[in-house]
Design a binder for this molecule. Structure first.
Ligand code: NAD
Length: 505
């Protein structure tokens, strides 16, 4: 059973992380309070000034040492990630590599993206020089989920640190050890860095809420939509800006000219890796009628080879909490009682703590299984008459995190019509592994971006610095206002707007 347990025997209060497959206790952690966060915040403010003074090159050097240390200790982190969430080592490894790539990319590109650059001051202010820079915000609060517990901590820390900020991390209570390990690894690699530049607090939702209200300069949250709403409300009390990376209901479109075998293989992996507990997991497929039967045959063939379990060779592990199991069960029940057909699995697939692969076909579009995030190993495949219908349905939920399309000739055209933060053509969710592209959603999948240039800028504020180089003669920003000044501005308006407009006609 997957639970957190609290103990009041010791002070401070603690909670345990339990392996969801074996029930074994993996570790205990303190429940930190607002007072603990306040202490870390004042230390972080001091350390952040030192960090900002290191400049892009200094920060890159330190972050590179961090990556090297992590790479050399990868087995330790794989084991911890595996024990806490019972996911196969291969899944842990995949998120670890993606996280390392984000650290490497942000450290290498921060100067290019954020350093001051000269821009035109415009005709009206041509006696000025103008620079735009992106300055660190100060201290970032980072609240992370359990399902990619290493990647979300690494990726958030990478953007925040490369942009010159300090960070306080609150990892999920279900994977607190992995989160703490990643934060502490920064100091193991760099023992000389001032204390408090990066720190973590552990605890349940209340600790996260306290971080939202602590006065950090920005709160970057990754997690579910309901918690995201609470985070935004708590942050509003101090007008703390937020990044929200929330859930999804990602759709894949299979067109008539798709490589059906590649599409079937990809959606089976996209739906079932991590037991479907992935924000960008493939939850829905829209296949055009002409190729539907062949596609279903291929999906069935690949999906029946997928196995759930803890033993070596299992494709994926257990559901993380009883609550998550209930959601999956509810969606299977809702879809089947509304007339969907089970291509693979069904009610019997739910055998706690595992849910064995389920593929359901022709589920009504207004069914909870289609409209809500399932976050479990269920793949829904619906038939459409053409690509236009597929696009309308893919865009038809409140979410907009990822989407994908399989089409040999029209992939790019279809991709442009999909409302999602990340779109993949002829593969699924590949943008997640690319540190150079922004990652984030629209609609109820949230707003703001991690990684890529936008991800770096997300953790800064834009500052304009303008410098007067010489006096123009009649100054518009001085009293008294003169007739000469009026004439000069009048003349300028004539040259810049009236004549140009006349030419355009
Ligand atoms: P969750 O929302 O239950 O918890 C996420 C974090 O929020 C945890 O650290 C938790 O302790 C904390 N928290 C809980 N209540 C809080 C409160 N009131 N104030 C502040 N913090 C609070 O999510 P989860 O179950 O850990 O993760 C699964 C969800 O995360 C899914 O919906 C998934 O789609 C989403 N997710 C999104 C992304 C993305 O990048 N868009 C990535 C991974 C997971």
């Amino acid at each position: 059973m997957v639970t957190t347990s609290m103990s009041e025997r010791t002070a401070p209060m603690t909670f345990a992380v339990i392996n969801p497959a074996t029930g074994a206790e993996v570790g205990t952690h303190p429940i930190h309070t607002g007072a603990d966060i306040a202490e870390r915040l004042s230390q972080a403010r001091l350390a952040q000034r030192w960090w900002a003074d290191q400049g892009f090159a200094g920060r890159k050097r330190i972050m590179t040492r961090w990556i090297r240390w992590l790479a050399a200790h990868c087995e330790e982190i794989y084991e911890l990630g595996h024990q806490e969430t019972a996911r196969p080592i291969a899944d842990v490894q995949m998120e670890f590599v993606a996280g390392l790539e984000d650290v490497r990319w942000t450290a290498a590109h921060a100067r290019r993206v954020l350093a001051p650059r000269r821009v035109s001051p415009g005709l009206a202010m041509l006696n000025f020089a103008a620079d735009v820079s992106h300055e660190p915000l100060g201290v970032i609060g980072l609240i992370t989920p359990w399902n990619v517990p290493i990647y979300t901590v690494l990726s958030g820390m990478a953007c925040a640190l490369a942009a010159g900020n300090a960070v306080i991390v609150k990892p999920s209570e279900l994977s607190a050890g992995a989160g703490a390990f990643v934060v502490e690894s920064f100091y193991r690699a760099n023992p000389d860095v001032p204390a408090g530049l990066v720190s973590h607090v552990t605890g349940l939702g209340e600790t996260g809420a306290a971080l939202c209200r602590s006065g950090v300069d920005k709160l970057a949250f990754t997690g579910s939509v309901p918690t995201g709403r609470r985070v935004m409300a708590a942050c509003a009390e101090r007008l703390t800006p937020v990044v929200l990376e929330l859930g999804g209901k990602d759709a894949t479109i299979v067109a008539t000219d798709a490589d059906l075998d590649a599409a079937a293989k990809a959606v089976v992996w996209g739906a079932f890796f991590n037991a479907g507990q992935a924000c960008v997991g493939v939850e829905r497929v829209y296949v055009v009628r002409e190729v539907r039967d062949r596609f279903l045959g291929l999906v069935h063939g690949y999906a029946e080879q997928v196995t759930a379990g803890i033993e070596d060779g299992a494709s994926y592990g257990p559901m993380i909490t009883p609550g998550q199991l209930e959601t999956v069960k509810r969606h299977i029940d809702a879809a089947l009682s509304a007339g969907a057909t089970a291509l693979l699995g069904g009610h019997d697939s739910v055998r706690p703590p595992y849910v064995h692969p389920v593929v359901l076909v022709d589920v009504p579009e207004d069914n909870a299984a289609v409209t809500e995030e399932t976050f479990g190993p269920i793949l829904l495949i619906n038939t459409v008459t053409d690509v236009d219908e597929a696009i309308a349905r893919a865009n038809g939920t409140a979410f907009g995190l990822g989407s994908s399309v399989f089409s040999r000739r029209h992939g790019a055209t279809i991709a442009r019509r999909l409302r999602a933060g990340g779109v993949t053509v002829n593969a699924v969710l590949s943008f997640v592994g690319m540190p150079s592209v922004p990652f984030g959603g629209v609609g109820e999948s949230g707003f703001g971006r991690f990684h890529g240039e936008d991800g770096l800028r997300e953790f800064t504020y834009a500052r304009s610095t303008v410098r007067k180089r010489f006096a123009l003669g009649p100054e518009v920003q001085e009293f008294p206002r003169t007739a000469e000044q009026y004439d000069v501005v009048r003349q300028m308006i004539r040259v810049r707007y009236e004549r140009r407009l006349r030419k355009q006609k």
